[in-house]
Design a protein around this ligand. Structure first.
Ligand SMILES: [Zn+2]
Length: 106
């Protein structure tokens, strides 16, 4: 099996620091196949403790293979409990890193 990892993308979602809600998405790549391993926590404190980052509410690490059009992503978030709650939005934010890359800059 041929596996060419073009790069590894990391994003720790820290509100007001690593994202700007409402700003346009600027894709750094476009991948349509994303294989996700979810890491869900019951509380934000447990997530932050495990990641050892204060203020973080989501994290993703993706291996991107543009030639094969696939991203392998590990996504870390608080477990969503209500439709379209903050955790749901966070999971969506992190999934889009597999699809669009570092779409909001640093
Ligand atoms: Zn992000």
């Amino acid at each position: 099996m041929k596996l060419l990892v073009a790069f590894v993308l990391l994003c720790a979602l820290v509100p007001g620091f690593t994202s700007a809600p409402g700003e346009p998405i600027v894709a750094t790549h476009y991948i349509t196949n994303v294989l996700i391993t979810m890491h869900l926590y019951d509380t934000k404190a447990e997530l932050q403790s495990d990641l050892e980052v204060d203020g973080v509410k989501g994290y993703s690490e993706c291996e991107i293979n543009e030639e094969e059009n696939i991203a392998y992503c590990d996504i870390y978030s608080v477990r969503p409990t209500h439709i379209d709650d903050d955790a749901t939005t966070t999971v969506g934010h992190e999934v889009l890193h597999g699809v669009f890359g570092l779409y909001h800059g640093l």
